[in-house]
Design a binder for this molecule. Structure first.
Ligand code: SF4
Length: 491
């Protein structure tokens, strides 16, 4: 049996998402066409109301009426210009949550309150910029967004640390650069990133890097035109190391043109040990890479097979050891909680192994199965509650390893509505991750599927340019994309 709701009044498109996000906590899905319902499906009628500075939600099920309303700071016309402010959405979310609680008689725990976006840290920065003290922050976020105080304290600590690491005063001219390589050796079954399988022939790989070369040349001009101080350089993907040794070395040599004296951090994602090589490691050392991601995801061979990664745990250990003995000083390791077939004990074993290897950075992800992932819609083997406990144990593990959380993000369709949390030993936090996640600094994207972001002077909005995901489309539109990116940074 499925549970559905329909919106009975004309609702602005922008409001349907917040309503659906909250109804999903009660397992209700938005239905557009009642003829699609099966006989035993359940249907609730949902109506939004507004007036006199209030928003209300009315639910009707089997002739019974349930409702809730919230005061909304924007006066009588709450569905007018105020929509863009987010305040109306916030009030509607709370009203929807309370109305469903009333109707169902259950009060599901909201691990992140009514925050359903990717970047909950932005709220903390916004409130602090608006005059809320760090001490008041957790209580303020609980009041406004039903955020549990433990998450409020986590966001508060991260926000406080980020302000020390990337100074607010410099935030309009200190930039990060991202170079995207949208290829991987094989496709992981949980992945929804639009990465393709790396072309085998060198000519196709070199043709791809020819496009990146043009892009980098344009960015060199852009940086000098706008006097941007580049502090971080990040080559990600996909898996940049899926390129062959020669092409990878050429890519790094090109990236060095962006490695200006102001660059403090140069990261390469070498996530997959199945395409790691001594030659690639030597090329990274030569180019001055000082941070690298080598990702086990799990320390169980049977899981690696299940998720379509072509390497073994032993190959991971080998790659890790080689990097450890190189001149690259910061190693990040990614783990995922909730992978198919894994139990709590499996994850705890992976935690133990990660601690034994003692990387400088550890990122603990929670499984996210978006549309586009091979496993989308399949039954998950781990209960959300177990995943939640493991994420908390991950926090304890990181603390025991001498690390602190320094950035986090969330995704739609995430197991248990949890979060991905990045931890670092003091002094090894990735500047790029902060710049990219908090969206308070300029980020210049190079390559297909990359994004350029220019923050606006109001401090909380930005202009963005997404490069096409498809390599061919990206290559054909380079000139136009360069012009649009230049416009972005004129703001
Ligand atoms: S390595 Fe990363 S980007 Fe590539 S398929 Fe796997 S999850 Fe996706």
């Amino acid at each position: 049996m499925m549970k559905y709701f329909i919106l009975t009044n004309n609702t602005e498109y922008e409001l349907t998402r917040p309503v659906s996000d909250m109804a999903a906590f009660f397992a209700y899905q938005l239905l557009h066409d009642v003829s699609q319902m099966a006989e035993d499906d359940e249907l609730v009628l949902l109506r939004l109301e507004h007036g006199n500075g209030r928003v209300g939600v009315v639910l009707e099920k089997e002739g019974n009426i349930y409702g809730s309303e919230e005061e909304c700071q924007h006066g009588a016309d709450v569905f007018g210009d105020a929509l863009a402010s987010g305040e109306v959405k916030r009030c509607i979310k709370i009203a929807v949550y309370k109305a469903f609680c009333q109707m169902t008689g259950v009060r599901p725990e909201l691990p992140w309150g009514i925050l359903t976006g990717v970047r909950p840290g932005k709220l903390a920065h916004k409130l602090v910029d608006g005059g809320i003290s760090f001490t008041e922050l957790p209580a303020a976020m609980e009041k406004s967004h039903l955020l549990p105080q433990r998450q409020g304290r986590l966001l508060r600590n991260i926000c406080q640390l980020q302000k020390q690491l990337v100074a607010d005063e410099e935030r309009f001219n200190e930039a990060g650069i991202y170079i995207g390589v949208p290829f991987c050796p094989t496709r992981c079954t949980y992945c929804s990133f639009p990465a393709g399988i790396v072309p085998k022939d060198e000519e196709s790989q070199q043709n791809f890097v020819n496009l990146i070369e043009q892009d980098i040349e344009n960015v060199v001009q852009l940086i000098s035109m706008h006097s941007l101080r580049v502090t971080s350089l990040y080559i990600g993907g996909g898996t940049p190391t899926s390129l062959n040794d020669r092409v990878f070395a050429r890519l790094l040599a090109l990236a060095e043109r962006l490695k200006l004296p102001t660059v403090k951090e140069f990261t390469v994602e070498a996530g997959r040990p199945d395409c790691f090589s001594d030659a690639k490691l030597a090329a990274m050392e030569e180019a001055g890479v000082n941070r690298i991601s080598v990702n086990p995801q799990t320390f169980h061979d049977r899981t690696l097979k299940l998720i379509g990664r072509r390497h073994t745990v032993t190959e991971f250990y080998r790659a890790y050891e080689k990097v450890r003995q190189s001149s690259i000083t910061v190693i990040n390791m990614d783990l995922i909680v909730g992978l198919p077939g894994e139990t709590e004990a499996d994850v705890l074993y992976s935690y133990k192994e990660a601690a034994r290897l003692n990387p400088e950075n550890l990122t603990i992800h929670t499984l996210t199965l978006k549309r586009g992932a091979e496993l989308f819609g399949s039954q998950l083997s781990m209960e959300p509650k177990t995943a939640g406990c493991l994420v908390e144990q991950g926090q304890e593990l990181a603390a025991a390893m001498g690390m602190h959380p320094y950035y986090l993000y969330r995704q739609h369709y995430m197991l248990g509505h949890l979060a991905n949390i990045g931890y670092a030993k003091p002094g090894t936090e990735s500047i790029y991750n902060i710049q990219m996640m908090e969206e308070r600094h300029p980020v210049i994207g190079v390559g297909p599927a990359s994004a350029s972001k220019a923050p606006l002077r109001d401090g909380h909005h930005l202009e963005k340019l997404n490069m096409p995901r498809n390599v061919k489309a990206y290559g054909e539109r380079l000139e136009e994309l360069f012009m649009r990116r230049e416009e972005l940074f004129k703001l």
